[in-house]
Design a protein around this ligand. Structure first.
Ligand SMILES: C[S@@+](CC[C@H](N)C(=O)[O-])C[C@H]1O[C@@H](n2cnc3c(N)ncnc32)[C@H](O)[C@@H]1O
Length: 437
């Protein structure tokens, strides 16, 4: 079976992320749909995710292999060469496959003239791999395969931990399930997985979490379509229990799409008086209802496509007992799952995000009933989006106190607790629980 087409698709996807700033979420699935063969789809995914994960290293190496940068109109070749280098240097694929198929893609791109160049660059890379890797290791960005600004931010925020955080960001993420505990016990579901030949183990962090030894297609999971389990990292599974939702409460899920945590809130407390789930993105909001339907909770949340930061547009004036603010953030804690973030995010985005997060907090706080609780969550590891922002919020309000989180949860911060990526093999998450007094 020829693997030329998957390599071509991978190169074009890498080019869209790197040069056009398109996120994988917006371009990957349409490209994968072009392939009927499961193995070809898997190859595209492997090549795209891997090339983006190691982009900063591979691009530095490519810079040493080209005598001058390729012209603007040949950025497709640049992306193709990165995909070729990924196969040779990081995947350690058999050289003949990586070489001949990648050269063939150059021809398919209508650039016969470049076949010799692609061949020469890749052969050179193969021959000089040790020397090249050593040379680029002198640059932090190439060594860690992260943007320079990201490394500097982590060094400043986490002077003792920045290296393991970066390493964790480059590892392949595990597939983690959330068992719908209202429907089946975790051990019983583990047994069902075993019977289906799927190896998994219970997570120590979250009562509902099971980590698979190998990722599998969701259709292979027993009872997935019937809502017995969902796919969700163990760190994200802490939100619903930390919010301490209970039947009879009015709950607001302020940034809800695609609804991973909305579903968990209803699993945890099926008898809520009301669950309002808001998201500004109407298209993403549709996925909340789809998720709830699969969990057998269709129609149980009131879904609103609105700006949560402008309650005058949507609030009926009745206070909430609980608010989950799973704020839009840099997603720096989930970069192992979304390596395109390394290319899409800029340092200047972080203060802009922090202002948007603070705006949401300010706008939502008055909606909380006295004694009520708000859980602030991000999947970021940057303090500007987390504890620093909450300190600013607490400093100017007299009616808020921090409600302590379990002491065994991540690292204590000035306010809230941070789960660092890789520790307990989870994504990076920040949580702070605030009570209205
Ligand atoms: C971190 S994601 C939420 C993930 C979700 N809670 C889950 O568990 O599946 C953040 C969401 O906030 C939404 N968002 C961003 N700004 C918003 C705003 N001002 N009002 C409402 N939603 C907003 C984004 O569209 C995005 O879906």
């Amino acid at each position: 079976m020829s693997s030329t087409l998957p390599r071509k698709s991978a190169a074009l996807l890498v080019q869209r992320v790197v040069d056009q700033g398109v996120s994988l979420g917006d371009c990957l699935s349409a490209e994968l749909d072009r392939f009927d063969d499961r193995r070809q789809r898997a190859l595209v995914q492997e090549l795209v995710y891997g090339t983006l994960r190691w982009f900063h290293r591979l691009d530095a190496i490519l810079g040493r292999l080209l005598s001058r940068p390729l012209k603007r109109r040949d950025r497709d070749l640049h992306a193709l060469l990165l995909v070729g280098l990924y196969q040779l240097l990081m995947l350690e694929m058999p050289a003949h496959a990586a070489l001949s198929e990648t050269v063939e893609v150059a021809r398919q791109l209508g650039k016969n003239w470049a076949a010799g160049l692609v061949n020469a660059v890749l052969r050179n890379a193969q021959r000089r791999s040790d020397e090249l890797l050593q040379a680029v290791n002198a640059l932090d960005s190439a060594r860690w395969s992260f943007p320079e600004w990201w490394i500097r931010r982590l060094q400043s925020d986490w002077p003792d931990d920045w290296q393991p955080i970066l390493e964790a960001g480059n590892r392949r993420p595990p597939m983690v399930l959330r068992v719908n505990l209202g429907r089946i016990g975790r051990d019983d579901y583990l047994e069902q997985l075993r019977s289906a030949g799927i190896e998994a183990s219970a997570s120590a962090l979250a009562d509902s979490a099971l980590q698979l030894r190998q990722p599998v297609a969701v259709e292979k999971l027993p009872g997935f379509a019937a809502g017995l389990v969902s796919v969700q990292d163990a760190a994200a599974q802490l939100a619903a229990p930390l919010l301490q939702v209970a039947d009879g409460q009015r709950v607001l899920d302020a940034c809800a799409a695609p609804g991973g945590k909305t579903g968990h809130l209803l699993e945890q407390a099926p008898g809520l008086e009301q669950l309002v789930a808001i998201d500004r993105d109407a298209t993403r909001l549709q996925r909340v209802e789809q998720n709830l339907q699969r969990l057998g909770a269709g129609g149980r949340a009131r879904l609103l496509a609105a700006d949560a930061g402008d309650p005058a547009q949507w609030w009926d004036g009745r206070p909430f007992d609980r608010i989950l603010l799973d704020a839009p953030c840099s997603a720096s804690g989930v970069v192992r799952r979304h390596p395109d973030i390394k290319l899409l995010r800029r340092d200047a985005d972080i203060p802009v995000l922090a202002r948007a997060q603070l705006r949401l907090l300010d706008a939502l706080w008055p909606l909380l009933a006295p004694g009520g609780m708000l859980l602030y969550a991000t999947c970021s590891v940057f303090k500007q989006e987390n504890s620093e922002l909450l300190q600013a919020f607490l400093a100017r309000r007299a009616d808020v106190r921090e409600s302590a989180l379990p002491r065994d949860l991540g690292r204590p911060q000035a306010i809230g607790r941070q789960l660092l990526p890789g520790e307990q093999d989870t994504d990076g998450f920040f949580y702070a629980r605030l009570q209205r007094i």
